[in-house]
Design a protein around this ligand. Structure first.
Ligand code: 8GP
Length: 845
């Protein structure tokens, strides 16, 4: 490597390699130095923002040392790596996580105290890195954490959006979207202006024959945009929590930003007075990575979105191939060195792109290339909802990526010939499984392309993985056999979702288990079961939950102006607002509860269990029905929270702008959380796991990972209700073709809404009509009685504090399976075929 320091000079260098701080004084020295120099602030000009900056930079320095070392070791060792391609990484804040991983949070807290700041205030200065919508993006973030924690050589690849998911404001009970410009100060990224890729769009395809008669194809793009790498040190492993012999692994998340290829604006235009036109190219290029599309479980087929996808796939593959080529191996070895995981279908264009690189640029034969391609990729499906399955129109692809469209057609031709040979009697099958849908315009079915181009396809929970095999991919199971399909049930990182979000609970567990080892091996939590009768432990466990509720109550008071009683049962539903997730079922249940309270005498009311219903979540800006649900929740809150008859018995709270950092406050504070999707619609869910890990119980349907949670924690510790997935089709069918009656309690709720009890009834008519007149697709009415009944069971169960405590403790103790570490080990073993790379401390590679 030409750029390395010559051997004789290395000692001089090593003498000055920074060692990082280990005391509060050393921390202060670093923080003050950064504030005064890097940030150019002074003793007389240091607010909390600057103090955050200094703290973050001090910790960043520390992380970078591990990061450099990890990258260097990975390069020298050169073993197989995994590349996780995801259009979303919902990282949240980095500082608290970095402090815990580096293991110096205490010294920093003391150091900041000496300088006149409080740690919580400093942590809350950081902008969330909100480059994702919901579960899919947060899963990618948890996976980065686990891949590092388990020492897998792994890189994440994504887009560096200038605007992440919008900020949600609630104004007069309506959602208003505000842009999320988060990059004004981001100490966690390194712009690599020297690492760039030219990405082409549009243009035309040339074919010619060389002197030996060999056919060649090349694509000449009409527009070139520059991809610039921005690197983010992605979660060092938790080794310092559990002192060991290893050097922590710090993997890389590479995010691509777009820039005009020329890098300059057009001087000729500028000089001739066309000022706007002179910067137009630059702006067009920068638009590609400007903004995250705010849809969750919905695809809209916009050209700019397709440009984002190709831009990111092309840059990432160029980078991966460049790294592989440096090793001078033969192409055959590519799949032995590289595993690429597609996080849903968004990166599917990477498949034809790699085929193009191998055939057009590297001169491999088609079959040889395809063999390499289809061994390198794995594809994870995250939904069976038809409206979320990506399709791109053929004319759009033809225009934007003409060569890729040809390649897709050739992949399809080969595939269909294979199918025809194997299923000569089933002519209809060809149309069903073709990558091209014969509609007008024709569409490319991205899920089929992803499946055909990958060696493994996985769902994200058992039920979901079974469902994809019997619904959307049924024919493909016949074609490829069942072994191509597998399940990896989702998980969550216990570092962020237990240790960071709930430090007191983490400490209590550590005190019983003799250390924090469980953060690296979550199955150790099972040892907590033997403390279930330990009085002191139970008391402390309850006190922690109470303290977390007090903290949330304070947040609610500050942000909603409503006083809630921390002794009441906190009932939480926080997630994206979507009809299939059924926040409407929850709010109708709340209205039912309200009506019941109103119908009782003052004497009888005293027997009721007080409850706080807490909602949070964003609606996609164009999703009218979801916005209506938000409006209804807020209107119900206005009425209920101001009704003197009700008092503490019921409060309804909508928490504005739900995001990762708010989840860290909300999750540890719930008694019950709601995971109540129509059976068969929620692929997995991951917040269900977070709540359980924090000692909250759940009410849920037999859907997604709820089923496996039940199997692990025991039926007696979860509140399940509602119809089963296998019955959903028939029920829907019956709604459409038979007369159906609204469930009577729900009918009463609707009557009150119609009467205008929660404001203008017209505002909610589409929501109610969807249920009353348009077939109740999500089975709200079918599940309402059993939902309400289960809520009553919960009221009773909560009154029995002792048995509730037992359920909560057992739930925590039995959550070991749901660590994302377990998922990553499963992916590594059954899909990626990669091994951990352990860096010994004494290994000065
Ligand atoms: C989500 C699923 O809805 C959720 O159940 C699961 O826990 C999560 O993925 C992680 O696996 N799916 C999506 O967000 C999704 O499919 N989004 C877009 C691709 C449409």
């Amino acid at each position: 490597v030409e750029a390395s320091i010559p051997e004789p000079q290395r000692d001089a260098w090593r003498k000055f390699t920074p060692k990082g701080f280990t005391t509060s004084e050393e921390f202060e020295k670093e923080a003050v130095r950064h504030i005064e120099t890097t940030l150019a602030r002074s003793l007389y000009n240091c607010d909390e923002v600057a103090a955050y900056g200094g703290t973050a930079l001090a910790f960043r320095d520390r992380l970078i040392l591990d990061w450099n070392k990890t990258q260097q070791t990975q390069t020298f060792t050169d073993q197989k790596r995994v590349y996780y391609l995801s259009l979303e990484f919902l990282m949240g804040r980095a500082l608290d996580n970095a402090m815990l991983n580096v293991g110096q949070k205490d010294s920093a807290t003391k150091g900041l105290g000496d300088l006149g700041f409080r740690m919580e205030d400093i942590i809350s200065q950081e902008h969330d890195a909100a480059l994702g919508n919901g579960g899919l993006g947060r899963l990618a973030a948890c996976f980065l954490d686990s891949m590092a924690s388990l020492n897998y050589p792994a890189w994440g690849y994504g887009l560096r959006y200038r605007y992440g998911i919008f900020k949600q404001e609630i104004i007069d009970g309506y959602q208003v979207e505000v842009p999320d410009y988060w990059l004004d100060f981001n100490p966690w990224e390194f712009a690599r202006h020297d690492i760039t890729v030219d990405v082409q769009f549009y243009g035309h395809v040339n074919r010619w024959q060389d002197d030996e008669g060999k056919q060649h194809t090349s694509w000449e793009g009409g527009e070139t945009v520059l991809a610039v790498a921005f690197d983010v040190p992605a979660s060092i492993e938790a080794d310092r929590l559990v002192p060991g012999y290893q050097t922590p692994t710090c993997n890389n998340l590479r995010l691509w930003g777009s820039k005009a290829a020329s890098g300059e604006f057009d001087f000729q235009k500028f000089n001739s007075g066309e000022y706007e036109a002179s910067v137009a190219d630059q702006q067009r290029a920068e638009t590609i990575s400007a903004v995250l599309y705010p849809n969750d479980n919905l695809e809209r087929g916009k050209e700019l979105r397709l440009k984002q996808q190709y831009f990111w796939c092309a840059a990432s593959l160029y980078d991966i191939v460049r790294r592989f080529k440096k090793t001078k191996r033969s192409w055959k070895e590519f799949p032995n060195q590289v595993a690429i995981q597609l996080n849903d279908t968004h990166p599917t264009l990477a498949i034809p792109e790699l085929q193009r690189i191998l055939v057009d640029l590297e001169g491999l034969e088609w079959d040889e290339a395809w063999d390499i391609v289809s061994k390198a990729f794995g594809y994870t499906n995250h939904t069976v909802l038809p409206e979320a399955l990506e399709k791109w129109s053929v004319p759009l692809l033809q225009h934007l990526l003409p060569r890729h469209l040809q390649i897709i057609y050739d992949i399809n031709l080969n595939f269909l010939q294979f199918v025809e040979r194997n299923f000569p009697k089933d002519r209809d099958m060809l149309g069903r499984v073709s990558i091209i849908e014969e509609s007008n315009p024709k569409m490319v079915r991205m899920a089929y392309l992803a499946l055909i181009g990958s060696h493994k396809v996985n769902g994200v929970a058992e039920l979901h993985s079974d469902l994809i095999k019997t619904t959307i991919f049924k024919d493909f199971v016949k074609i490829y056999g069942p072994d191509k399909f597998t399940n990896v049930t989702n998980g969550i990182t216990p570092r962020r979702w237990l240790h960071q979000a709930n430090p007191r609970l983490s400490a209590l567990i550590a005190s019983k288990l003799g250390g924090h080892e469980f953060l690296k091996d979550l199955t150790l939590l099972s040892k907590l079961e033997s403390f279930v009768d330990d009085k002191e432990f139970r008391k402390e466990f309850r006190e922690i939950k109470y303290a977390n509720k007090v903290r949330l109550a304070k947040h609610i008071k500050e942000h909603n102006g409503v006083t809630v009683n921390p002794a009441a049962l906190f009932d939480v539903q926080v997630k994206r607002i979507h009809e299939y997730k059924r926040q409407q079922l929850n709010i109708f249940g709340v209205i039912h509860r309200y009506l019941q309270i109103k119908s009782l005498s003052a004497e009888d009311r005293k027997k009721l269990a007080p409850r706080v219903s807490i909602f949070g979540g964003k609606a996609a800006p164009g999703y009218w029905m979801a916005k209506t649900v938000i409006h209804l929740i807020n209107k119900v809150g206005d009425v209920v929270n101001n009704d003197p008859d009700v008092g503490d018995l019921l409060k309804v709270i909508f928490l504005e702008d739900y995001n990762v950092s708010k989840a860290e406050i909300i999750t540890p504070a719930s008694d019950i959380s709601e995971h109540i999707s129509t059976a068969g619609t929620e692929a997995s869910g991951t917040s269900n796991m977070k709540f359980c890990l924090n000692g909250g119980l759940i009410i849920g349907t037999c859907d997604g990972a709820n089923i496996e949670i039940t199997r692990e924690i025991g039926e007696e510790n979860i509140f399940l209700f509602g119809n089963l997935a296998e019955d959903v089709e028939d029920l829907r069918h019956a709604h459409l073709y038979n007369h159906y009656e609204l469930e009577p309690k729900l009918a009463k709720v609707f009557d009150e809404i119609h009467k205008g009890r929660f404001g203008d009834a017209g505002a909610f008519s589409a929501l109610l009509n969807g249920i009353v007149e348009h077939g109740d697709y999500y089975l709200v009415s079918d599940d309402f009685a059993s939902y309400v009944q289960t809520q009553e069971l919960i009221d009773e169960a909560y009154k029995d504090t002792e048995s509730w405590t037992t359920k909560a403790i057992l739930t925590v103790a039995r959550m070991g399976f749901f660590s994302s570490d377990r998922c990553i080990d499963e992916y590594a073993e059954s899909i990626w075929n990669i091994e951990p790379l352990v860096q010994k401390k004494d290994d000065e590679a």
